[in-house]
Each structure stands twice: as structure tokens, then as C-alpha cells.
Design a protein around this ligand. Structure first.
Ligand code: SF4
Length: 234
């Protein structure tokens, strides 16, 4: 079998614990208004690898991973190619490389259920905390994300939740309080990251000749992120 890979970032310190090699899978069923990677949306546009070929590529960076680091598979939405990621993670773990899944939890099927058995930690992007906003700003379902979170709990996968904070959309106390409720209800959630909305991706939209829905929205202020963290931790 083969998986379609958009790109591989050799080393990162912001995509899970420690130093990690990040694999960006192609394909995503969502269309988030703030998406930083619109170039990953289409599934079969990119280079195809077998799980073994991908493993051979990432294992070259192993000496940098240390005890905490390893591989992070991101996207796009890696769950679109759940079976491929599952086989890739199996190879990584068999060879002592830790596995991290960076996902919006937007797909549940047998391949995804199998994948969670080979996942050491999950970065779960919980984009909005109500069905209406989730649908409006991503095209997806909040309920679906919560079902995926339940599945992570059943599989005892530790989770760090992630939330892109956008001025005028979700940079408010009500949203943070909903997030707090969720994090307190799931014992497998070990942390939460609030990520300020940025517009570095605007040039990607330009080169793809598609409109960036938030072109007129200001970037999120770091002071506001600090304030929201305080509410989250209170
Ligand atoms: S889930 Fe991620 S890759 Fe997909 S549209 Fe949303 S931000 Fe973009």
C-alpha cells in the first residue's frame, strides 16, 4: 500500500513532545477558514510512499529525537489515510521511535481505530465547542470530534488539545470555558495549547488562486493569548 505525503519536515520542537520529525499527509475533508495548509487539501496530488519507504526516510533523524521525541504525523487530516499511518506507526514503534498523531479527529472507521493502538500521544485540534460554529467555520462536526476524543480515552491515548484563537471568532471567555469543561472531563487530556491566528499562509492562497476567507482579520495578539491561558488555568 502507499500513502500520499505532502511534505516532511526533518526537525520540529512545536509539534509534540521533544524534537520530532513531522510528516504532513495530503488530503483533508475540512475547510477551516484559518487553514495554514490549503496546499494539503487534495488527496492524490502529492508523492506516494510505502510505509517502509517513509520509515526509511524518517529514521535518518532518529539521533535527534532523544527520549521524548519521535515522529509526528500531521496534515491535512492524517485520518484520511488511517491504514497507511497505522502501518507506518507500527514500524516506528517496533524500532523504538515514538509516535504522535496531529489531527482534528474528523474521521472514525476501522483503520482509525487500529491506528490508535499504535499512537503514543495525540495532538487533538478542537476547533470550536459548539456544532453551529464548527460547521460554519470548518465544514465539519463538533460532535464527531467529541466521538474521536471518546475513542482516544477508550484507548488510553494521552491528548494535548490545540485551539487556534482567532480575533472576533473564538477569542472569548465563553469558548475558553467550554474548552476548560472538556479538558476537565477527560482524564487522558494532559495539556492544552492556545495558538494565535497568524496570516503567514496568505501567500499560499494567492499562489493557489483561491480566496483566503480571513484575509481581512487581524492576527491574534500575544497578550490576549496570555489572558485566555489564565482563564483556562483558573
Ligand atoms: S483540518 Fe487542518 S488542514 Fe484541514 S482545513 Fe482545517 S486547518 Fe486545514
Amino acid at each position: 500500500m502507499e500513502g500520499y505525503i505532502h511534505s516532511v519536515q526533518s526537525l520540529s520542537t512545536v509539534d509534540g513532545p521533544g524534537v520530532r520529525c513531522v510528516v504532513f499527509m495530503s488530503g483533508c475533508p475540512l475547510r477551516c477558514v484559518y487553514c495554514h495548509n490549503p496546499d494539503t487539501w487534495e488527496l492524490k496530488k502529492d508523492k506516494a510512499y510505502t510505509p517502509f519507504e517513509l520509515f526509511e526516510k524518517v529514521k535518518r533523524f532518529r539521533e535527534y529525537f532523544g527520549e521524548k521525541g519521535g515522529v509526528t504525523v500531521s496534515g491535512g487530516e492524517p485520518l484520511m489515510q488511517g491504514r497507511f499511518v497505522s502501518e507506518f506507526f507500527t514500524l516506528c514503534r517496533e524500532n523504538g521511535i515514538g509516535t504522535c498523531l496531529d489531527t482534528a479527529g474528523s474521521i472514525i472507521n476501522d483503520d482509525v481505530k487500529e491506528l490508535l493502538k499504535h499512537t503514543d500521544i495525540c495532538l487533538l485540534d478542537i476547533k470550536f465547542a459548539d456544532e453551529e460554529s464548527y460547521k460554519k467555520f470548518t465544514g465539519g462536526s463538533f460532535y464527531q470530534t467529541m466521538c474521536f476524543l471518546e475513542l482516544l480515552k477508550e484507548n488510553s491515548v494521552p491528548v494535548i488539545t490545540r485551539h487556534v484563537i482567532v480575533p472576533g471568532i473564538n477569542n472569548n471567555e465563553a469558548y475558553i470555558k467550554e474548552i476548560k469543561k472538556i479538558t476537565e472531563s477527560f482524564p487522558n487530556i494532559i495539556g492544552s495549547d492556545l495558538l494565535p491566528f497568524r496570516k503567514l499562509c496568505a501567500s499560499k492562497y494567492e499562489s493557489m488562486k483561491i480566496a483566503f476567507p480571513l484575509a481581512g482579520t487581524p492576527e491574534e495578539d500575544d497578550g490576549e493569548i496570555k489572558r485566555l491561558y489564565e482563564i483556562l488555568k483558573s
